[in-house]
Design a protein. Structure first.
Length: 267
C-alpha cells in the first residue's frame, strides 16, 4: 500500500499506548502511519466513513456498544488486543472496607456524611464509563443524598485522585482498568450488585472492511496476532504519565522488554 495507513485512537493515554503498539507493528511491516485521535463520538463515525483504516481500541461487547451498533456493518474486528477492560467506582484503600465495600453503601446516610465530598469527578461525556456513571447515581439512589457525577476529562480524574489521596480525603472516583492510577494508588473497587457496569470487555483492533480486504495477507496475519495484557497497558501508561514519554516511545520500550512475545507475532 503506497499511502500512509490512517490509525485512529481515543485521546486518552491508556488508549494511546494500546494503539501505539499497533502503530509500531505497522512500521515494522514497512508501512508509513498517520495517527489521528479524538473523543469517542468523533472517532467511530470517522472509521465507519473510511476516514480511518484501522482503529485501536474498541471495548466490546459492552463498553463501546452504543458506537459498535452504528458501525458494525462496515467494520471488521481484527484482534482482541487485550482482555479485562473494566469499569468501576473506587474509594481509597484507607476508607474502611467494613463501612464501604459496595456502591449501595454510598447510599447510607451515616456513610455518605463521612465523605469529604460527594462530588464524583468523571471523564468525558461520550465515554462508556460516564454514561453508566450517570445512570448509577440514580440507580443506587445516590442523588437523594447529594451525590453528583460531574463530566470532565481524564486529566480532571487524574488531578482529583492525586490531590484527594494526598489530602487523605474520603471520596469516590469513577475508574477503569487499564489505567496507571491503579498502579500508583491504593484504590479499592466497589461492588456493583445492581449490575450498572458491564462484565469485563475485550479491547479490540478494528479495521474499515474495504481497507482490510485490500491489505496484504502477511499484514493481516501479523495484526491478528497482537496480544498484550491489562498489566502491560498499565505499565506503558505509567511510563507515559510519570516518565514523560510519548505513546510510541512507551510502546517501543515495552516491545523491546518483551521481544520474544513480539517476535512471535511476526513469526
Amino acid at each position: 500500500m503506497s499511502k500512509p495507513i490512517v490509525l485512529g485512537r481515543i485521546d486518552e493515554s491508556f488508549h494511546q499506548v494500546a494503539a501505539a503498539v499497533v502503530e509500531e507493528v505497522l512500521i515494522r511491516l514497512g508501512h508509513e502511519v498517520t495517527v489521528i485521535e479524538g473523543a469517542h463520538p468523533d472517532m467511530y463515525p470517522q472509521l465507519a466513513a473510511g476516514e480511518q483504516d484501522l482503529f485501536a481500541d474498541a471495548w466490546l461487547p459492552h463498553g463501546h456498544e452504543v458506537y459498535w451498533e452504528q458501525i458494525s456493518d462496515v467494520v471488521t474486528e481484527v484482534a482482541p488486543l487485550y482482555d479485562g477492560g473494566l469499569f468501576f467506582w473506587a474509594v481509597p484503600g484507607y476508607v474502611p472496607e467494613d463501612l464501604v465495600s459496595s456502591l449501595e453503601d454510598l447510599a447510607k446516610p451515616e456513610v455518605a456524611e463521612r465523605f469529604t465530598t460527594r462530588r464524583v469527578q468523571g471523564t468525558k461525556a461520550g465515554a462508556g464509563l460516564s454514561m453508566r456513571s450517570n445512570r448509577l447515581v440514580t440507580e443506587y439512589g445516590l442523588d437523594k443524598l447529594g451525590w453528583s457525577h460531574e463530566i470532565g476529562d481524564i486529566w480532571a480524574v487524574i488531578d482529583t485522585v492525586n490531590t484527594r489521596m494526598a489530602a487523605g480525603d474520603w471520596f469516590a472516583t469513577p475508574m477503569w482498568q487499564p489505567m496507571f492510577l491503579n498502579d500508583v494508588h491504593d484504590l479499592r473497587p466497589l461492588a456493583d450488585p445492581r449490575g450498572v457496569f458491564p462484565p469485563p470487555d475485550r479491547a479490540s483492533l478494528l479495521a474499515y472492511t474495504d481497507f482490510w480486504n485490500r491489505m496484504a495477507e502477511r499484514d493481516r496475519t501479523v495484526l491478528g496476532r497482537i496480544r498484550y495484557t491489562v498489566a502491560d497497558v498499565n505499565e506503558m501508561d505509567r511510563w507515559m504519565q510519570l516518565d514523560d514519554l510519548d505513546a510510541l516511545t512507551s510502546a517501543r520500550r515495552w516491545m523491546e522488554a518483551n521481544a520474544d512475545r513480539v517476535e512471535g507475532w511476526f513469526a
